[in-house]
Design a protein around this ligand. Structure first.
Ligand SMILES: C[S@@+](CC[C@H](N)C(=O)[O-])C[C@H]1O[C@@H](n2cnc3c(N)ncnc32)[C@H](O)[C@@H]1O
Length: 280
């Protein structure tokens, strides 16, 4: 027996829910031996499948590569994790699913498709699973579930890609969004953490002290040198890649860099400032 947590139905079209999860629940009830009590599973999200074409597009948006390890949170029949290793040749995929019957089904699907050496499914609650080794996270959940996962996702290594079918992440705007008919697909690239103080050494001249104020993948701030303060505007971060404009008396200077731990090194090919480096 399964049940939905309060509000878990919000956001899903009733028709999709009825076609998916209720049918599945009916199967489960029919197969339960009469003399055994039901194991009660509390779902945060009903079971509704992502159509195969949308699965393919999600993995394409995440740019899944053979070096990637993909986690699907709430993996249902395993289709996203299986497609990640079968079609995109991800080095591994893991499906986290709270319903044991779906975990069995996903395992059988992986065996049937000859990919069970690279994809695993486990009965786990997505809120207590450690998915920190994922380089790509996929999900078809619900708005409030996405929001609860948001702090954990934002804490993942910079550059981790997160793709959500249908629901966004509140005020963490996506890096990319597209519609597929009635469906929404969102991509986020976990931004490097830039908030706080940096010292920027230039090829010539004194160091600048940067004080950056980051909100998700955007930031602004102030650059000080002696008693002079310059505005930093239009800062954006995509994974480890960083861009910002420094407004000085001499004009607007563009900086393009890459965050490597506690250092930002210049990126070439952007026509920006050269010969600088910033350190925490
Ligand atoms: C909308 S379905 C998505 C299934 C699959 N990812 C897909 O896109 O086809 C959401 C899945 O999350 C599972 N689920 C719900 N609450 C969960 C929880 N707390 N932990 C893990 N899985 C959960 C449901 O059983 C269901 O299979």
């Amino acid at each position: 027996m399964w049940g939905l947590k309060n509000g878990a139905l919000a956001g899903f079209a009733a028709a999709a829910f009825l076609a998916g999860s209720v049918a599945h629940g009916a199967d489960q009830a029919a197969e339960q031996p009469a003399n055994q009590p039901f194991a009660y599973i509390e779902l945060d999200v009903p079971y509704v499948q992502t159509p195969d074409a949308v699965v393919a597009r999600m993995l394409e948006l995440a740019d899944v590569q053979p070096s990637d390890f993909v986690y699907d949170l709430g993996s249902g029949d395993g289709r996203i994790a299986i497609a990640a290793v079968r079609d995109r040749k991800a080095k591994g995929a893991f499906g986290v699913e709270i319903d044991p019957k779906l975990v069995d089904e996903a395992g059988a699907n992986a065996r049937r498709q000859g990919v069970s050496d690279r994809v695993k499914f486990d009965v786990q609650d997505l809120f207590t699973t450690d998915f920190s080794r994922a380089t790509v996270v996929t999900m078809y959940l619900l708005p409030d579930v996405n929001l609860k996962l948001r702090p954990t996702l934002l804490d993942m290594p910079a550059g981790t890609r997160v793709v959500s079918h249908q629901f966004d992440m509140g005020d963490w705007a996506s890096d990319f969004h597209e519609r597929q008919g009635r469906r929404n697909l969102y991509l986020w690239v976990v931004p490097a953490k830039l908030d706080g103080k940096w010292t920027l050494k230039q090829a010539q001249g004194d160091d600048l002290v940067l004080e950056l104020d980051q909100r998700y993948q955007r930031f602004e701030g102030v650059a000080s040198r002696g008693g002079t303060r310059h505005q930093i505007r239009d800062g954006w971060i995509r994974g480890k890649e960083v861009h910002f404009q420094l407004y000085a008396e001499s004009g607007v200077h563009h900086y393009a860099g890459r965050v490597e731990g506690d250092t930002i090194v210049p990126l070439t090919g952007w026509g920006g400032e050269e010969g600088w480096q910033a350190r925490r």
